[in-house]
Design a protein around this ligand. Structure first.
Ligand code: NAD
Length: 416
C-alpha cells in the first residue's frame, strides 16, 4: 500500500493558498508566481565559540513576494528553522501584510541553532556574521527584518549595528529594536496586544463573560506571556500556560504577574507554585473556552485535534495547526481565527516603528495602540464578513483577501 508523502510546511501553507487562488480564478502564471518565493538565500554562519572552536551554522533569508512593498519578516533562531520552514513563514508574511493592508511584501530569515546553548557573546558574533552574509539583500526600502522565535530586541540591536558599520546609522533597517535605539513604544507587547484585542471581540461574539472564561495559552515567550498578561488585565481567566519544558494549570486562574516573575528568575514556568504541573500535550486537550497556541508550528495535528475541547482557537503562533487537524476542527464546529490575522499585531507595530524611524519622530504609546487596534479590527471585520458571505472558514477568507491584494498589485505593476 502506498504511504502518503508527508507535506513540507511550505506545501501545507500552499494548500490554503491554492484554494484561495482557485476561488479567485487567478490565471495560471500569476498563481505560480505568487506561490513560489521570489528570492532565496542560504548562507553559512561560522562562529568562533567562547572555547576557541569554530561552529558552522546554516542561515537563510527568503523573500517570498515584494509586489506590495519592501520585504518584511522576522528572523528565527531555532533548530527546526530549515529551508522549508522559513519558506512557509515567508509566504505567511506575504499574506499577512496584505491582509493588514500594510505597504510591505513578505520575507523570513533564520539560523538553524538552539540559541539557549550559546552565550550572549556567541549570539552577538552569530548575529553579526549572519547579518553580514545577508546584508546585500537588506535596506530600509528593500527588506526589513524583525524578531521572531529565539530572537529579541537585543538581536535587532546587533543586526542594526552590524549593518550600520557598512552603511552608516540606519535604524529603519530592522524593527523590534530596543526603544533606546529607535524602537517603537508598544512594539514588544504588540503581538500579544493584537491577540488580546481579538479575544475581546471574539468573547462578545461568543457571549463569553471574561470573568467566567477559561483561556489556555501554549508558549510563554514574547507572544504567550504578553497575551496572558494583557488578557488577564482585561479580566479573562488564564487557567493554563506552558513553555518548552511543560506547563502549569490552575482551574481558578493563574496569577499571571507572579508567573512572569517566576519565569524571569527560573527561566521556565515549570515548578511554579501557583498551579499544578501539566504537559504540553495535556494542555492542548484541556476543557476550556479559548485555546491560544503561541509557541511553535504543527502542535495541533490529526492525532490530537479530535480531543481539543476549546470553543474557539486563536492562532497566535505561526502555523500551529496542520491541514489535517484544520479539517477535523472544521467538521467538529470549532472555529479557528488564523495566524495571519491573530498574530499580525507585531508586524503592524513594526510598520509604525519603521515609519517613525523614517520620519525621525517618536509616537506616544497610546497612539501606537490605538492605530494597532484600528488596523487589526478592520482586518477582523473584513475576514468575518467574507467568511459569512461566502460560507468559508476564517482561514480561507483571510487568505482570499491577502491573495487578492497581492495579485492586484502584480497586475497594477505590469512587470509581466
Ligand atoms: P519566543 O522565543 O519568545 O517564545 C517561544 C515560546 O515557545 C517559549 O515559551 C518556549 O519555551 C516555547 N516553546 C518552544 N518550543 C516549544 C515546544 N516544542 N513546545 C511548547 N512550547 C515551546 O517566541 P515568540 O516571539 O513568542 O514567538 C512565538 C510564536 O509567535 C512563533 O510561532 C512566532 O513565529 C509567532 N510570532 C511572533 C511574533 C513576535 O512579535 N514575536 C509576531 C508574529 C508571530
Amino acid at each position: 500500500m502506498a504511504t502518503a508523502t508527508k507535506l513540507s510546511p511550505f506545501d501545507e501553507v500552499n494548500l490554503v493558498y491554492d484554494r484561495a487562488a482557485e476561488r479567485l480564478g487567478l490565471p495560471d502564471g500569476v498563481r505560480e508566481m505568487l506561490r513560489r518565493s521570489w528570492r532565496e538565500l542560504q548562507v553559512q554562519v561560522p562562529v568562533r565559540m567562547d572555547d576557541g572552536r569554530i561552529e558552522v551554522y546554516t542561515g537563510y533569508r527568503i523573500q517570498h513576494n515584494g509586489a506590495r512593498g519592501p520585504y518584511k519578516g522576522g528572523v528565527r533562531y531555532h533548530l527546526q528553522a530549515d529551508l522549508e520552514e522559513i519558506r512557509a513563514l515567508a509566504s505567511l508574511m506575504t499574506w499577512k501584510t496584505a491582509l493588514m493592508d500594510l505597504p510591505y511584501g513578505g520575507a523570513k530569515g533564520g539560523v538553524q541553532v538552539d540559541p539557549n546553548q550559546l552565550s550572549m557573546a556567541e549570539l552577538n558574533r552569530l548575529t553579526r556574521r549572519y547579518t553580514l552574509n545577508i546584508e546585500h539583500l537588506l535596506a530600509p526600502n528593500r527588506d526589513i527584518p524583525a524578531p521572531d522565535m529565539g530572537t529579541n530586541a537585543q538581536t535587532m540591536a546587533w543586526m542594526m549595528d552590524a549593518y550600520g558599520q557598512l552603511h552608516g546609522h540606519s535604524p529603519a533597517i530592522v524593527t523590534g529594536k530596543p526603544v533606546e535605539l529607535g524602537g517603537s513604544l508598544g512594539r514588544e507587547a504588540a503581538t500579544g496586544r493584537g491577540v488580546a484585542y481579538l479575544l475581546s471581540a471574539t468573547a462578545k461574539d461568543l457571549n463569553l463573560d471574561p470573568k467566567d472564561s477559561r483561556i489556555v495559552v501554549q508558549g510563554f515567550g514574547n507572544v504567550g506571556s504578553w497575551t496572558c498578561r494583557l488578557v488577564s488585565d482585561q479580566g479573562f481567566k488564564v487557567i493554563a500556560a506552558s513553555g518548552v519544558r511543560g506547563g502549569v494549570y490552575n482551574a481558578n486562574g493563574l496569577d499571571v504577574q507572579a508567573l512572569r516573575d517566576y519565569q524571569t528568575i527560573s527561566r521556565t514556568v515549570v515548578g511554579f507554585p501557583g498551579g499544578e504541573a501539566i504537559t504540553n500535550a495535556e494542555l492542548l486537550e484541556l476543557e476550556c473556552d479559548v485555546l491560544i497556541p503561541a509557541a511553535i508550528d504543527n502542535v495541533i495535528t490529526g492525532a490530537n485535534a479530535p480531543k481539543v475541547k476549546a470553543k474557539i482557537i486563536l492562532e497566535a503562533a505561526n502555523h500551529p495547526i496542520t491541514p489535517e487537524a484544520d479539517d477535523i476542527l472544521e467538521d467538529r464546529g470549532i472555529p479557528v481565527l488564523p495566524d495571519i490575522l491573530v498574530n499580525a499585531g507585531g508586524v503592524i507595530v513594526s510598520y509604525f516603528e519603521w515609519t517613525q524611524n523614517l520620519q525621525e519622530f517618536r509616537w506616544e504609546e497610546e497612539r501606537v495602540n490605538q492605530e494597532l487596534h484600528k488596523i487589526i479590527m478592520r482586518a477582523y471585520d473584513e475576514v468575518r464578513e467574507r467568511a459569512s458571505s461566502q460560507r468559508i472558514t476564517y482561514r480561507e477568507a483571510a487568505f482570499e483577501i491577502g491573495v487578492q491584494r497581492v495579485a492586484h498589485a502584480v497586475e497594477l505593476r505590469g512587470f509581466v
